[in-house]
Design a binder for this molecule. Structure first.
Ligand code: 3HC
Length: 689
């Protein structure tokens, strides 16, 4: 696990624990032993700590959290490192994250390759750094800058890390050689620069700034237990001696590991990675080369999808039927890139390169050379079938033909071609250039290499592809429909739009369903219900009155003078009461907890059906979709994980009650949910389909 090489009077210790050199028990033990040996070796004057692979160290081993710890602990290893009488210099060749950076900061010098990424992302896992990170980073760069980095968890580039003072220098070329030179320099100087001994950055001004940042962060997310803990830990470093403060940090860290929020976030971390593995699709499935792409449709979705390709360096042709629509679409894309360059999120050169990768063209024939064609036309089966039957004659042999449908039957789309094996769905989320989630819809005849290529492509596009099967609305929209239906029903039964939205935002969503509907436009759901069937008596009545939401100044709420936040409208509340009376629904009041249960349990129930039908391979895939496509609060781990924490018996019993209260039999618990509830089981205990 740790390779030892001796080069003159320098020992090079190389961590080798693929894929990310996570500091699990075996690696810790091996490192501790190697350090003890080289420190004791009279012939060694200095030590270099390097790592194999693209990542220096991806942190502590997250899968060990919450389980009995095997010694030595990471803080123990770092103590040995810190106390070494011989200089140790970290050669950071790739990402040094979490425990990885903590390890590097316990060294006496740090040299980074230009590609290195440096950060303490623990906050994203619901915890805080637990091996001295909250103490050493403030000593290196000041408590204010350190808190700012730790509270977002975003890593910085090597260059930025050098500018901040986290690493000593950035070196092109032989990193280990540079680290070796630095280690010998330190040895020659006769003094060991230990981060723990530094206090020059702990100035009263920096402290004041830190306190302001901490107050802000806590105010922004008062329920985030770890943000409070982070502030306390950094403050401890300013008030206590180093060892006491490290112990304070460790105690905070340990408590947070048991926090349900952190458990959910760690679950989501692994669920997201597991989603990349599709049961029954071997790792060595061949891939088709994707060098060029075509997108059919220059609308918001088509343009956004084209941007994903351009951003990833893949030339893409955007195809329209008519010059005006094409020009408008391309202008919109250029405008978005110009905005990004103006904000500084890309350089002007990047803007020009990306714009240059997108070519507009008229007529489907222009898709003939593309390795993948993504249709992003109207959500209408007739339109899609026509496009695919034409593409069948136009696209080159072996090209992948994808539909960006959000609901429709991809089997039926594939059936109009003579190559259904090459067809699949790629359901991007809006705005497609921003949202990471892509539902990859595997149709009945989709060939394994087409699926494997689409999943790889998703990663190349910097997306999070999750494989789903064919059904109306796939996983995300199918479950969303349940929530929408339950929301309408709640309105009739007496809960008001603002009460429902408030319950949903208190649950952790950024927006409630009605504010969201107003933002997206109530005409969208109205039209789609007209096309696909389904009734939403309140939303439909509003749309019939031309109340389409924010864009018309009126929807579920009022938006006077272009306001972005709606206010209550007595007219809407009267309309709801009228519709309820027409439907003979008795009205009462609901508590926020009741509202959440009424909205979310039916989604969980639909998730159970989705699992039974094999539309999703595992509960974690559903949760990954909801966290990344629908803004489900990650710290609640997705609907299926959340249901496990509520208890499936509670969920199933409540659903039966809802079914009898509303007369809607589809609310009855699905067989899988009934079985798990009876067994005292959990979704998390299910084996992969
Ligand atoms: N612990 C355990 N497993 C880890 C891990 C970690 N810290 N980091 C990554 N892995 C695993 C993944 O689960 C995945 O496993 P799989 O192949 O079986 O699915 C595999 O390593 C590869 O991971 P990715 O697919 O994410 O690989 P990438 O190359 O895309 O990204 C990375 C590499 C940037 C290092 C990314 O994995 C990452 O962000 N890891 C987590 C970083 C992190 O949060 N570190 C802090 C950990 S907590 C900590 O250190 C506490 C300390 O303060 C005491």
């Amino acid at each position: 696990m740790v390779r030892q090489e001796v080069d003159g009077d320098v020992a090079v210790l190389t961590l080798a624990n693929p894929p990310v050199n996570a500091l699990g028990a075996a690696l810790r033990a091996s490192l501790d032993e190697a350090l003890a040996q080289v420190i004791a070796d009279q012939a060694i004057r200095a030590i270099v700590l390097a790592a194999e692979g693209k990542v220096f160290v991806g942190g502590a081993d997250i899968s060990e959290f919450g389980k009995p710890q095997h010694p030595p602990s990471l803080p123990d290893v770092l103590e040995r490192l810190d106390a070494s009488p011989k200089p140790v210099v970290a050669a950071i060749g790739g990402a040094a994250l979490g425990g990885g950076l903590e390890l590097a900061m316990a060294c006496h010098g740090r040299i980074a390759a230009p590609s290195a990424k440096i950060g303490l992302p623990e906050i994203k896992l619901g915890i805080i750094p637990g091996a001295g990170g909250t103490q050493r980073l403030p000593r290196l760069i000041g408590p204010d800058a350190a808190f700012a980095m730790m509270v977002t968890g975003e890593p910085v580039s090597a260059e930025k890390a050098a500018a901040l003072g986290i690493v000593d220098s950035v070196v092109l070329g032989d990193l280990v050689a540079a680290a070796r030179t630095r280690a010998l320099e330190i040895a020659d100087s006769g003094t060991l620069p230990r981060v723990r001994d530094r206090s020059d950055k702990l100035t009263p001004e920096a402290r004041e700034k830190f306190e302001a940042l901490a107050a802000d962060a806590v105010k922004r997310d008062p329920d985030a237990t770890n943000v409070h803990a982070l502030a306390r830990a950094v403050r401890a470093g300013l008030e206590q001696d180093f060892d006491t403060a490290v112990a304070t940090e460790r105690a905070e860290f340990r408590a947070l590991v048991e926090d349900p929020r952190s458990q959910a976030l760690r679950y989501a971390f692994f669920a997201e990675r597991e989603a990349a593995r599709v049961p029954g699709l071997p790792k060595d499935t061949p891939r088709r080369p994707i060098r060029t792409a075509a997108v059919i449709g220059a609308g918001t979705m088509g343009g956004g999808i084209a941007m994903c390709f351009a951003n990833a360096g893949i030339p893409v042709t955007v195809i329209e039927t008519e010059g005006g629509a094409l020009a408008r679409g391309l202008d919109r894309v250029k405008g978005l890139y110009a905005g990004s360059a103006k904000r500084g999120s890309i350089t002007e050169a990047q803007r020009d390169e990306r714009v240059g990768r997108i070519t507009g063209a008229l007529g489907l024939e222009q898709a003939g050379e593309a390795d993948i064609v993504i249709e992003a036309a109207f959500e209408d089966m007739g339109v899609k079938r026509e496009i695919f039957s034409k593409l069948d004659t136009i696209a080159k042999p072996g090209a992948i033909l994808a539909s960006n449908t959000s609901y429709l039957d991809v089997n039926a789309i594939a059936a109009v071609t003579n190559r259904p094996q090459d067809v699949l769905g790629l359901h991007f989320f809006s705005p497609a250039n921003v949202m990471r989630l892509v539902e990859v819809v595997r149709a009945e005849k989709t060939a394994p290499d087409v699926l494997a290529t689409a999943l790889d492509l998703g990663k190349r596009l910097n997306k999070l592809p999750v494989t789903v099967g064919v059904c109306f609305g796939f996983v995300g929209n199918r479950m969303l429909e349940r929530r929408s239906r339950a929301g309408e029903r709640l309105l009739l039964e007496g809960a008001l739009p603002h009460e429902i939205d408030a319950a949903v935002t208190a649950f952790g969503f950024r927006m409630g369903p009605f504010a969201m509907g107003d933002l997206a436009g109530l005409d969208i759901g109205w039209r789609s219900r007209k096309d696909f069937g389904g009734r939403a008596p309140v939303a439909d009545s509003l749309a019939e009155q031309g109340r389409f939401g924010q864009k018309t100044g009126r929807g579920f709420y009022l938006y006077p003078d272009g306001a972005r936040t709606g206010t209550r409208d007595p007219e809407v509340e009267a309309l709801i009461a009228r519709v309820a009376a027409e439907h003979g629904v008795a009205r009462r009041s609901f508590t926020p907890d009741e509202i959440v249960a009424r909205l979310m349990y039916p989604m969980v129930n639909e998730g159970a059906r989705i699992l039974e039908e094999g539309i999703a391979a595992r509960p974690g895939d559903i949760d990954t979709i909801w966290i990344n496509g629908y803004n489900w609060p990650a710290w609640r781990g997705g609907p299926m994980h959340w249901a496990d924490t509520v208890g499936l018996k509670t969920v199933a019993e409540a659903l039966s009650r809802f079914a009898s209260e509303t007369g809607d039999d589809s609310q009855e618990p699905a067989p899988l949910l009934t079985r798990l509830a009876a067994e005292g089981g959990r979704f998390a205990g299910l084996k992969n389909a």
